[in-house]
Structure formats: structure tokens, C-alpha cells
Design a protein around this ligand. Structure first.
Ligand code: GLC
Length: 736
């Protein structure tokens, strides 16, 4: 025993000389680790989905974490088994996918990104943490940081779109919201940045599919948000299902050790995705589950979600010398450190009455409504049909007008539909509403009720059609090859157009749909990515003018799914589109063999997207002027001061999301045509002007170049300040 204490003292001395922070915690980790058997260490690395059904395993110290239990009574019962019946009493880490709210559901993350408002996103995450921790959940598998450039991929719903800067800003806001100021605060919930890495680049937009991403693209596009969240103190990270260039992320030591630990200094905990360790057998990257277990742990994974390989094989792998106990110790250190940081040893139980006290608190609902207001994007508003101000009677139709469950969107397990305020309910408070759903759900092809809606429209002054997607049609494993509105929804819009009344379409969906033909059949369109519990109130206020749209697109909207992947910050080609397209119907019959157009576009849809990243209209108009920079030549270390005047030249007080884009004209590798570098929400009264500014350190122009160095390359640059990625005039400057 004396040797053991000397070892402990030695380890403690080493720690006390090393880590400048968390000293006390690291000392406690070492002290506990020294007492643990190999079996108990392995148990900490095992995460199971469920609670008391694993009572015996928990009592035997075979479980370190559970997921998918949210009943505080059951969670306390599980904790009592761990704390009072297991040999060392190590508390269980309780986790859940709290992705955009727990009980009070906020817009789905792509909707939150549409707000371009980090404050409301952080507030939403804080509220989610307050409600979830009141149930006993102390770890959420959020934020999802996967850059998404292909709306065929159903999980675009869960991320922040196509831009690394927006993705980073939103991810950091969520990490701050979940984790709060003090990790031992019982309302703190550990964030989990996921899915590391490149999951959104799944070939063909097919979920779980292979990806081919160069190291440079990883570093310039897919890593930034993860790195920003690590720097913001994210406590955990989840590996992704996909492979990158043949290496499944769950078995990629370059990612999990060289980049995450060595380069970024991450000292948190790494968990697999659901059985993603075991799935390396299906990948053909591991012989069997035992081999997959060896690979994932040696690659740097600490905790196994639901493959059960760690519980089954780690002891044998250590005995066979295929895994070192030192490696196991390091994994368990990461797990124990997290539990100490969260204060679980001091405070493992939850007040069982708290959950219902905090759920749906008025201030939570108010924040969720504001987020839904700010997330809605005004796509079209011909003849300023919106807002419907001088209107008393409206026809409300469409399958999403009164769909309380669908409105919550994907990954809203704990939202309760009975608390949802639907657009129909909310509009009835502001208008005389005639309601004819006409379709029962978004995939409904039965047009037999269209006549009733058509007749009802005759008694209305305007028609509002709520279309989109049922919640199940986006999210995990829900890729689509076509992105048109499902069922007979487009036909319903066309039918309403034939009434001759003003037609407003509201799309409530989990992804950018291809809605070009629907735009031709309506006067105005609001796009609302599944807006959550208070979505109806938000949309009713936007329709009536009590609120004014300010949302902007976090993803490019396509004309056709065949254009995917399409994103604004694409690298320049040698034959950029120059507007001189020869389109399909321009081609003469029996045309001779020749190249047409000779630039990068489609004969059928032309070049451009339907709407660019950053696009969104308002009920007012904004005018940008006097965009200036303080110099034309900058040295490293300096800051570019960009000034501009913004005028609200319309009749509504409103908010504009001003965006700053930069282009590096010549690089040691081909550079993106534009990159978002800053954005800010500017609120102006009707007629008001404001002098605004961005400050952009030259250092923020750095990227990973041909030599794989993170540098600012001298040369010519351009910048734009505008209301979307396709507007504004370029200003030239040089970095020396
Ligand atoms: C799922 C998802 C992941 C989620 C996990 C736990 O398969 O890929 O995002 O956090 O399993 O539910």
C-alpha cells in the first residue's frame, strides 16, 4: 500500500507542477483514479441509453453515463444506485440531445442561425440548460457545428449553415449558454461540439456517407467552428459517423490526438456517436467490435456510446497488450475531470419538483417567441402585400397552419406539442379567420378539399397558406433527392393563386426547399425553419406587422436540387460565370457540336442560386452608403476600420443584418470568391440613419495556404458591406 501512496503523491506532485488551473480537481481525479480497478475504469467509459433497466450494471460500476432519461425521479434513483451502491460511489453523467430547447422549444438551429443574433442564441441555450438541468440532465449533445452545403442532407436542420464564421459565432454562443459562467452551477450543462468532423460533406447529401475533404479544406472550412468552441471552453466533443478520405472519424488519431489535443489543447472529454465505434466494422476499417474498440481508444476516444465494445473487450485488450492501462487512465481522467468540474460529486441529485416549476416560464416563452420572430426570413413581398394591415378577414389554409407537433421540428424530444402556439391559434387573435386546411399533412396528395378552400377564399380579403415539412422529414437519416414541396402543397398554392386574392405563403420546414415555382404563385413568402413552441405567435405578429422580419439565409437557396452542393463562399474557377449563359432553350435545333457558354453553369437552371447566403427582405428598405476603409494599404498586426452609413428609408422601424465580406484576390492556392468576416444587427426607426463601423484585424484574413501554414498572404483584397452575399460594391485594399 505504501508504494501506492508514493505513486499517488508522485502523480499529485507532477500535476501540481503542470496544470495551472483545475489543480484541485486534477488532484481529486488522481486520488480517485488510483483507487479504481481496471474494471471500474472501463465502466466509466461506457455510456448506455436508458436508466433503471441498467441498475445492476450501475451497481457493479459498469456505467459512466446514461442518455435518454429525463424523468428526475428516475435520474435520482439511478444516481442513488451509483453513489450509494457502487464501490466508489462515482456519480453518473446524465445526457440528452437538447438541441434547440428542452421543454420550451426554440427554432431549429438553422433557424437560430438565421437570426444572425448571438445574444438570442446564447439566451436560448441558457434557457435550455435551466430547463434540462432541472430534470437532472447535465450534458447535452449540442451544438452541432457541421458545415452544410447540401440541403439534400436532412441534418442541415441541426446546424448553422454553410459559413464557417457564422457557424463559429453560433456555436460559441450555444457553448456559453449551456455552460454558463460557473461549471459547478447546477444549471450548467456540458456542451458537446459535434460531429467531429466533416459530417455535413456526406457525398450526395446522403447521411452517413463518405466524405473526401482535403486537410486544407478541413482547416479552412470544417475545423474553425470546432476550434472556436474549444477555445470557448467546450467540455466535450463527439466524433462523427463518416470517414474523411477513408478514415472514420471515430478511429482517426490525427483528428483526435494531433489536432484536437496537441494543436488545440482540448482537455475535455471525447465521446463516440451512437455505436460509431462499432460501425467501423461496417466501414471495413475494423475486423470486429474488439478491433474497433482498440482502434477508437487508441485514436483518442474516451467514452463509448452504445457499442458496448468497451465494456466487453477493453480488459482483454489490456491483458493482450493491445491497449495500455495508461491510455485507459487518460480516458478515465477526462471523464472524471468532467464529473468533478460539473460538481456531480458534491451535488449528484436534482430537486424533483424543479423541472415543472421552470418549464415554459413566461420569460422562456418570450425568448422563444423573439427567436422565432428574428429567425423568419422574408423571401418575397410583391406589392408590399405583407404585412396584412388593412385586412380583417383572412383564409388560413395548408397542412402546417395548425400542426403543433410538426412546428417543433427535428430533435425536439422533450418539447410538448400541447404547449405549442400554432399560427392558426395566434392569427385568430388578430383576424377573423376562416380555416380550411385543404391538406392533412405535408406529404398529402389528396386534393379533394381544395374546392372548399377555394370557395372559402371568396369570403376572405387575403389568403395565408402554411406549407413545408413535417418534423420527421428533416434531421438524422432523412436525406432527400428532390427538394420541392412534398405532396400537393404546390398545387394548393396554385389553387389559391387562382382565387385572385392576395396570397401569402409561409414555409415551415427543416431545410431550404426549392420553392421557385411556388414564388410565382404567391405575392409574399415568409420562410420559417421549424420555429418551435412560440412559432405561431411569432408568425402572426410578422404577418400582421406587429413585428418586422429581419432573418437572413444561413444557407444558399437552390433553384433545383441538382445544383447541390452550392455555397456562396466557393473557390473561384478558371471559368467563372459571367452572365453570358446559353440556356437549353437558346440552343438551335440540330446545333453543331460546340461548347456553349464556356463557363461554370447549368444549361437548364443557369448559374445562380435562387437566393444567396445572407439574403432576407424587410417591410422597410435599407440603404447602404459611404462605405469606406481608413487606409488602402495595411500591414500585419493592423486593423481595418470599415465605416458605412445605413438608412432605414421605408415606413417601418426595423432591424438589418449588415454583413462584411472579404475576398483575397490572389493566393498561393485558389481562394473563395467571398468570405463573411463580420455581421451586426442594426435597428433603425423609419427614416433614421446611422453611421456604423466594423473593425477587422488584418490577422483575421489568415488562412491555411499552400505550405499548410496559417498566414495572411500579402496582396490585393476586396471587401463589401451589404445586406447579403451577392450585393454591395467592392472596395480595394492591399496587405503589404
Ligand atoms: C445520434 C446523432 C447524434 C446524437 C446521438 C445521441 O445518432 O448522430 O447527433 O447526439 O445519436 O442521440
Amino acid at each position: 500500500m505504501r508504494i501506492k501512496h508514493l505513486l499517488v503523491l508522485g502523480a499529485l506532485f507532477a500535476i501540481s507542477c503542470a496544470a495551472p488551473v483545475d489543480n484541485d480537481i486534477d488532484l481529486r481525479v488522481e486520488e480517485l483514479l488510483q483507487q479504481m480497478t481496471l474494471e471500474e475504469k472501463i465502466g466509466q467509459m461506457n455510456q448506455v441509453s436508458g436508466g433503471l433497466q441498467f441498475k445492476d450494471e450501475i451497481a457493479k460500476s459498469n456505467v459512466g453515463s446514461i442518455l435518454n432519461v429525463v424523468d428526475p425521479v428516475e435520474i435520482n434513483a439511478v444516481q442513488r444506485v451509483a453513489v450509494e451502491e457502487s464501490r466508489l460511489g462515482i456519480p453518473i453523467l446524465v445526457s440528452r440531445d437538447v438541441i434547440h430547447g428542452f421543454r420550451t422549444i426554440f427554432p431549429i438551429p438553422i433557424g437560430l442561425a438565421s437570426t444572425f443574433n448571438t445574444d438570442i442564441v446564447e439566451q436560448g441555450a441558457r434557457i435550455a440548460a435551466i430547463e434540462a438541468t432541472a430534470s437532472g440532465v447535465r450534458w447535452t449533445f449540442s451544438p452541432m457545428l457541421d458545415i452544410a452545403r447540401d440541403p439534400r442532407w436532412g441534418r442541415v436542420a441541426e446546424g448553422s449553415g454553410e459559413d464557417p464564421y457564422l457557424d463559429s459565432q453560433m456555436g460559441v454562443a450555444m457553448v456559453k449558454g449551456y455552460q454558463g459562467e460557473d461549471l459547478s452551477d447546477p444549471t450548467c450543462m456540458a456542451a458537446c461540439i459535434k460531429h467531429f468532423v466533416g459530417y455535413g460533406a456526406a457525398e450526395g447529401g446522403r447521411d452517413y456517407n463518405t466524405t473526401m475533404i482535403s486537410e486544407r479544406a478541413l482547416r479552412n472550412v470544417y475545423f474553425p467552428a470546432f476550434k472556436a468552441c474549444v477555445e470557448a471552453g467546450a467540455l466535450t466533443l463527439m466524433t462523427s459517423f463518416n470517414d474523411v478520405d477513408g478514415l472514420p472519424s471515430t478511429g482517426n488519431d490525427w483528428l483526435l490526438r494531433d489536432i484536437l489535443r496537441e494543436e488545440w489543447g482540448f482537455d475535455g472529454m471525447v465521446v463516440t456517436d451512437w455505436n460509431s465505434s462499432g460501425e467501423m466494422v461496417a466501414h471495413g476499417f475494423a475486423e470486429d467490435l474488439k478491433d474497433a474498440t482498440r482502434i477508437s481508444i487508441n485514436a483518442g476516444v474516451d467514452m463509448d456510446m452504445m457499442s458496448f465494445g468497451y465494456l466487453q473487450y477493453v480488459k482483454a485488450l489490456v491483458e493482450e497488450g493491445k491497449l495500455s492501462e495508461a491510455t485507459i487512465d487518460n480516458a478515465v481522467r477526462n471523464i472524471l475531470r468532467l464529473k468533478f468540474r460539473l460538481g456531480l460529486f458534491e451535488n449528484p441529485y436534482v430537486d424533483e419538483s424543479l423541472a415543472r416549476q421552470v418549464a415554459y416560464a413566461p420569460e422562456h416563452l418570450a425568448a422563444a417567441k423573439q427567436a422565432a420572430v428574428e429567425s423568419a426570413i422574408l423571401i418575397q413581398n410583391n406589392n408590399n402585400v405583407l404585412p396584412l394591415k388593412d385586412v380583417k378577414t383572412i383564409l388560413v389554409t395548408g397542412p402546417l397552419a395548425d400542426a403543433p407537433y410538426e412546428q417543433l421540428g427535428t430533435w425536439a424530444f422533450d418539447g410538448e406539442a400541447e404547449h405549442t402556439v400554432t399560427p392558426l391559434t395566434a392569427l385568430r387573435k388578430q383576424y377573423d379567420v376562416i380555416y380550411e386546411p385543404a391538406l392533412d399533412y405535408s406529404r398529402d396528395c389528396d386534393m379533394s378539399k381544395f374546392g372548399a378552400a377555394f370557395e372559402a377564399a371568396k369570403r376572405a380579403e387575403a389568403v395565408v397558406v402554411f406549407v413545408g415539412e413535417e418534423a420527421i422529414l428533416s434531421g438524422e437519416a432523412h436525406s432527400l433527392s428532390q427538394l420541392n414541396l412534398q405532396g400537393a402543397q404546390s398545387e394548393l398554392i396554385a389553387k389559391m393563386r387562382s382565387t385572385g386574392k392576395p396570397v401569402v405563403v409561409v414555409v415551415i420546414a427543416g431545410r431550404p426547399m426549392t420553392i421557385e415555382r411556388d414564388l410565382e404563385n404567391c405575392d409574399a413568402m415568409l420562410y420559417s425553419f421549424h420555429p418551435g413552441t412560440m412559432g405561431g405567435e411569432a408568425l402572426a405578429d410578422l404577418i400582421s406587422g406587429r413585428a418586422v422580419p429581419s432573418g437572413k439565409l444561413p444557407m444558399t437557396f437552390l433553384r433545383d436540387a441538382g445544383q447541390a452542393p452550392f455555397y456562396y463562399n466557393h473557390p473561384m474557377t478558371g471559368r467563372p460565370n459571367n452572365g453570358t449563359e446559353t440556356l437549353l432553350n437558346d440552343i438551335p435545333v440540330r446545333a453543331g457540336q460546340t461548347s456553349l457558354g464556356c463557363t461554370s453553369y447549368y444549361l437548364d437552371t443557369g448559374y445562380g442560386p435562387l437566393f444567396p447566403f445572407g439574403y432576407g427582405l424587410s417591410y422597410t428598405t435599407f440603404e447602404y452608403s459611404n462605405v469606406t476603409i481608413d487606409k488602402v494599404e495595411y500591414a500585419e498586426g493592423e486593423t481595418i476600420v470599415v465605416e458605412y452609413d445605413l438608412k432605414n428609408s421605408g415606413e417601418y422601424d426595423a432591424t438589418e443584418v449588415a454583413q462584411l465580406y472579404v475576398r483575397d484576390l490572389v493566393g498561393s492556392v485558389v481562394r473563395p470568391v467571398k468570405e463573411l468576416k463580420r455581421f451586426e444587427r442594426v435597428t433603425l426607426k423609419a427614416g433614421e440613419s446611422k453611421h456604423c463601423r466594423f473593425e477587422l484585424p488584418v490577422a483575421d484574413l489568415a488562412y491555411w495556404n499552400r505550405d499548410m501554414e496559417y498566414v495572411v498572404e500579402a496582396g490585393k483584397f476586396q471587401l463589401w458591406v451589404a445586406g447579403d452575399s451577392a450585393s454591395g460594391s467592392a472596395l480595394d485594399f492591399v496587405v503589404k
